[in-house]
Ligand binder design. Structure first.
Ligand code: FES
Length: 130
């Protein structure tokens, strides 16, 4: 069953469903995430074996995806998805699904990577921070 887009992201994060995890092979800096990973969920955790934090890939619409590095901009703690976006359990900062700070103490927005849409996959370029 395909999920609705837009507000469907928040609806999905509010549910107790575990987020799908995609583990790309190899050490490439350009990741190719199959679009089929988004058939059941508008968010996918991309776990790259050489990166210390995961990347949350968010389907905002059919033509817009966001790749958010799940490292808190306050003191580098791991972020967890919450019903409103991303949450830091260390000191309580929150971020929306565009990577913007929505609650301090973090002051800087999150790192976003360039995303390009291809026919059957989404390309995330880990060398291009936007
Ligand atoms: S490390 Fe995330 S709020 Fe402090």
């Amino acid at each position: 069953m395909a999920m609705a887009l837009g507000s469907g992201v928040m609806t999905f994060l509010e549910s107790c469903a575990p987020l799908p995890v995609f583990r790309p092979d190899g050490e490439a800096a350009v990741l190719k995430v199959p679009k089929e990973k988004f058939l059941k969920s508008p968010v996918v955790v991309v776990r790259v074996n050489w990166m210390p934090y995961d990347v949350l890939l968010v389907k905002k619409s059919e033509s817009e995806y966001k790749a958010i590095y799940m490292r808190c901009s306050h003191e580098d703690q791991i972020l967890v998805p919450s019903k409103n976006g991303l949450f830091c359990t260390a000191h309580g900062s929150t971020f929306d699904l565009d990577g913007n700070v929505t609650k301090e103490p973090a002051l800087k927005n999150l790192t976003l990577y360039e995303v390009q849409l291809q026919n059957d996959w989404i390309e995330v370029n880990l060398k291009k921070v936007i």
